[in-house]
Ligand binder design. Sequence first.
Ligand SMILES: [Mg+2]
Ligand SMILES: [Zn+2]
Length: 429
Amino acid sequence: MKAVIMAGGKGSRISASFPDIPKPLIPIGGKPVLEHTIDRLKEYGIDDIIITVSYKAPMITEYFGDGSRFGVRIVYYVEEKPLGNAGALFKIRDSLTDDFFLLNSDSMFDVDLDRFYRYHAEKKALVTLFTHPNSHPYDSSVIVEDNNGAVAAWITKEKKGTGWYRNLVNAGIEIMSPDALDLIDTEKAVSEEPRIDLDRDIILPLTRSGRVFSYKSPEYVKDMGTPERYAEVSSDYESGIIKRKNLKNRQRAVFLDRDGTLNRYVGFVRDPDEFELLDGVCEAISKINRSGYLAVLVTNQPAIARGEITYRELDSIHGKMDSLLSEKGAYLDAVYFCPHHPDRGFDGEIPELKIECTCRKPKPGMLIRAAEDLNIDLASSWMIGDRQTDIAAGKAAGCKTALIGCGDFTQDVSVGSLSEFADSVLFAI
Ligand SMILES: [Mg+2]
Ligand SMILES: [Zn+2]
């Protein structure tokens, strides 16, 4: 497979710190960020690389040459005039004969690209976006997925306004079929100077085809476009967290109960207005995020089976949860919920959800499914919650367990709050 790396940007916000070099040559751990990208591609056998360059192009082409020094083949497309961030794709259209990876040159990532490609191929997608929750969705566009993982909507920063939204952001790594390029506004594409914006002119119009998919993953992808993010990425590189989060590696997780653990317990939450985070929860989850543990929510929501809330209403409650967390830079890597309930015979219930399932806590089904999905080592993971059922589910899955509050349910530790867990248990290990 080929990869196209867009390395023409000027990167004005970060370039103040590195005035003499183009963004792709900014060093992380003593090595240009673009070289890290090439190393990752090579690791997955992707050694046929096209780099589009513009700003300070000679410095980039001189450093990377024909790629032989890095064990890959590199050709360049030099943009004489700015063509938007994706115009160059139409100039190199003829050399794109198969699905290809499309990457920015200003992100550090370590992603299992084989797994990503398998998803793209299974979905027969035109474009697959690598998406994830991140620590700053408020300054990004957010993606809304349908049940099948197709991109159903794309909410821009401006349109989002002050509403609640799920934290799912396009990370800037795509797999694209060359067919995608032939489906867009041809008049624009065949012009001498196609000024084309990847999101606005290619991906957004194609979402209507139902063949733009979201590949959601907790693996590490972070742009270093601002001085703060540059500092974070550099420190994550030094600590090894970037590599460790690749899903080829066994992951550790903190499984979190929702009601009474993250949010104030008020009985069953039926409306976003009833959802209120407990003190210190944002900070605690942000610490879990930085610890290298995955933060995975596992919650029983039998109100769905009882017909008291719909899937859509639950999603909007979780939109508020994601939004509140993101205000403090915290996020959940994955959310699992059990919509079932075993007792039949109530008005308004949904009969097919009134079953004895394997996911309702105290059963461990949600934890086991997450472990399969995300390569989690359950024995080195934690389950934390405020009820006996949380402890029992954690134990049944083989996790260590922490109870919030009092009670003797065979938990490994008892704590007063999620904050106390993050500070005195997780960071004490
Ligand atoms: Mg609870
Ligand atoms: Zn269930």
